[in-house]
Design a binder for this molecule. Sequence first.
Ligand SMILES: Cc1cc2nc3c(=O)[nH]c(=O)nc-3n(C[C@H](O)[C@H](O)[C@H](O)COP(=O)(O)OP(=O)(O)OC[C@H]3O[C@@H](n4cnc5c(N)ncnc54)[C@H](O)[C@@H]3O)c2cc1C
Length: 366
Amino acid sequence: MYGNGKPVIVVGAGPAGLLTSLFIRNREVLILEEHREVGKPKHCAGFTGLDTARRLIKTAGWSVVENSYKVLVFYTPKGRYRLAFKTPMVYRINRPLLEEKLLDRVLRIGHRVVFKTKAKPGSRAGYVKALGGELEGSYVIACDGARSIFRAKYCGTYEKHLVGVQHVYRASGLDDDTIHLIFNSATPDFFQWLAPIDYDLVLVGFATHRYSIHPDKIVEYIARTTRVELTTRIESFGGLIPRTKPMDKPVIHNRVVFIGDSVPITKPYTGGGLMPISILAPVLGSSINSGNLEPYLALYRGLLKRVKAEYIATITAEKVGYWIPPYVVYHIYRLSLLSIQDYDKHYKLLLKALAISPYVLPKILS
Ligand SMILES: Cc1cc2nc3c(=O)[nH]c(=O)nc-3n(C[C@H](O)[C@H](O)[C@H](O)COP(=O)(O)OP(=O)(O)OC[C@H]3O[C@@H](n4cnc5c(N)ncnc54)[C@H](O)[C@@H]3O)c2cc1C
């Protein structure tokens, strides 16, 4: 035991829990995970931009990058738009492998992971009900994902979730460096995607909070639109994408700290959670090491400002047309104002969209 003799209790061995634990070095860490292994059940598509991929590679190694995409094709009610880059704009992280690699490193530095253990908030902040009793932590880090019972206890439940569904298919007719993003009324509050994993394997997915047509019909539509022939379905998985405002302050009574989908701090338009986790986890780890959470709070506040602006833009897009942002992005690209780094920096896209609004608004309205 270190510090005050109480371990740091991390609830959840997803990317937020594992990555944060990796940066806690001078305290005992106890990670409680309700499933029997990491990376299960699968739910994430694993798409990130360059900077996030780099940060993850730095901690988990190159093998976690399964594919990368230099070409993005948007299908919108206005038409089909192709954006091509010299170097990849989007990377696909193999999520189960990422978690395995992180777990391996976490165990090597001596932290303890207990599987098949569901933790619940204890009677007071800093306490957790698990392993047949109530455990006290010097800190409790709530990394329990989109259905966080810790957030429910301290902040109330979420207002809204989208349900994401994904399938892996064998396929033919694939361009393995092209990712397809489809915007239509089948999923009016999100988009559909088709992304090659390999030369003959493809990930097909979509999300919405109300499925008004059968999910298999959406798959048929995606295949028809992208002209990719889907043959055998190999596996299906999915999960909840939070669509609600992040917490203003991710720390309760200086003892319970939130990170990841429990906050939820994600890129609101795409639901991408790996980017904020990869930025916040190292600083949360070092803040825990020093016993001073202020550096974590300061970084969080900075990120929150951007995420809130993106959240407002996302909610607006949901109302007026989810296809409008990619249509605007296409025009940013045509004007040579799009950088490959913008994939992870949607707030920059917002600023660029504002700058070109006199040019693009008449086109949207026409
Ligand atoms: C369909 C879909 C597609 C997505 N695609 C992308 C994408 O392309 N790019 C991207 O960046 N993000 C994507 N995301 C989001 C991304 O998956 C999340 O942001 C990320 O997984 C959040 O990590 P986390 O560690 O906070 O939560 P999780 O990954 O959900 O991990 C939480 C962990 O806590 C455990 N747990 C939960 N409750 C308890 C408890 N009470 N006690 C003990 N253990 C518990 C769970 O078993 C799990 O292991 C997607 C999400 C979905 C649903």
